[in-house]
Design a protein around this ligand. Structure first.
Ligand SMILES: *Cc1c(COP(=O)(O)O)cnc(C)c1O
Length: 379
């Protein structure tokens, strides 16, 4: 069997035709027809007030950080087990990141440890929906309300997932999606900012357009556009949006295909969990996930490394994930861990992600399961 890659970017076949349309119509810059179609698709599908396509999830989070006016000395609460962008967006504006431990079952921020991390400098909570499985949002929203804090959802991995019926990214004040090539829906590099309420919409449009009211101008609300705020450029090219739109048209089909692979892994590896050899992901009640990721947890770091090496020998690329941010040089400089690191380091060292992408065949899926079972048969 050929090497099974860990990830293959989604491709439906329509992308080239749509990119061609941009070229033929000589509209390749930002906020063209496909960007508008993508925004409208998310607004309708996710039942959210406003969606603005951005150049990345990193940039969507930066935009969120600007919108809530993060300043030097503010504190932002997030898990340490996350991608660097979650922290970068706030640190760039002078904030200190306060890391809270994760739950061992979902690898998400432990909602019960958040309140102890709040100080009079805390401005926002940033839940990260790991593997597209929702954080305990009812508890988080309640804490935020009582302490007057913003909630910015890092839903980079959570596109098409829901929590008690609500789309991830639409529950907090602001939500951030990623369309990086490793995500369920992709445009190479790209993301989106979801705006739940009216309050930030106009300012978001201005900041995203270099600080100008260009969006108002295009809607005919002003007769010329001018510099309004200190902004930046967060608009992706319409050619990238064209690539994404092709996948949105068959978003359910992609979602179902991923879910089928995830379920096959789960059923196939369940006997290993039942016999206490490894642990499988947990999806709490009320959460519908998008099969962004399938991971297994080995006994410890050593067994995980052996598993990754074994699978590599069988032409399967499995990969570990985040090095907790609080242990990294920048994490030490810009952050602190509130409370004790009971699970963040320990659980992150046990986790391995198995190949999962749109297009992974049933044969490959079965072969990978077989090889994981073989590895554990010697243990
Ligand atoms: C992928 C990812 C990001 C960054 O997304 P980009 O679009 O590459 O900027 C941020 N947070 C999490 C949790 C991610 O998985």
């Amino acid at each position: 069997m050929n090497m099974i890659k860990f990830n293959v970017p989604p491709f439906t076949g329509k992308e080239i035709e749509y990119i061609r349309q941009c070229i033929d119509e000589q509209k390749i810059c930002g906020d063209g027809a496909f960007t508008k179609k993508c925004n409208a698709w998310f607004e309708a599908r996710m039942q959210v007030n406003k969606c603005l396509l951005t150049t990345s999830c990193t940039h969507a989070t930066e935009l969120a950080s600007l919108l809530i006016d993060i300043k030097e000395g503010d504190e932002v609460i997030m898990p340490s087990y996350t991608f660097v962008s979650t922290a970068d967006a706030f640190v760039l504006r002078g904030a200190k990141v306060v890391f809270v431990d994760i739950r061992p079952d979902t690898m998400n921020i432990d909602e019960n440890k958040i309140e102890a991390a709040i100080t009079d400098k805390t401005k926002a909570i940033v839940p990260v929906h790991y593997a597209g499985v929702a954080c305990e949002m009812d508890t988080i929203m309640d804490i935020a309300k009582r302490h007057n804090l913003y909630v910015i959802e890092d839903a980079a991995q959570g596109v098409m997932s829901t929590y008690k019926g609500a789309a991830l990214g639409t529950i907090g004040d602001l939500g951030c999606f990623s369309f990086h090539e490793t995500k369920n829906y992709s445009m190479g590099e790209g993301g989106a900012l979801l705006l739940r309420d009216e309050q930030f919409i106009e300012k978001a449009e201005i900041l995203r357009e270099k600080g100008t009211d260009r969006s108002r101008f295009f809607r005919g609300q002003v007769d010329k556009y001018t510099w309004q705020e200190a902004g930046s450029s967060y608009l992706p090219s319409d050619m990238n949006a064209a690539y994404l739109y092709a996948q949105l048209e068959i978003a359910d089909e992609i979602n179902e295909a991923r879910r089928k692979i995830w379920d096959t892994y789960y059923t196939g590896l369940k006997p290993l969990q039942d016999s206490g050899k490894l642990e499988l992901p947990v999806v709490p009640e009320g959460c519908i996930h998008n099969a962004h990721m399938f991971y297994v947890k080995a006994k410890d770091n050593e067994e995980r490394t052996a598993l990754i090496d074994y699978l590599k020998g069988k032409d399967i690329l499995s990969v570990f994930h985040y090095i907790p941010l609080h242990s990294a040089p920048a994490g030490k400089k810009y952050g602190r861990f509130a409370g004790e690191d009971v699970y963040t380091t320990r659980e992150s060292e046990r986790l391995t992600r198995l190949p999962l992408y749109y297009g992974l065949t049933d044969e490959q899926n079965q072969y990978i399961i077989e090889q994981v079972i073989r590895f554990y048969s010697t243990r």
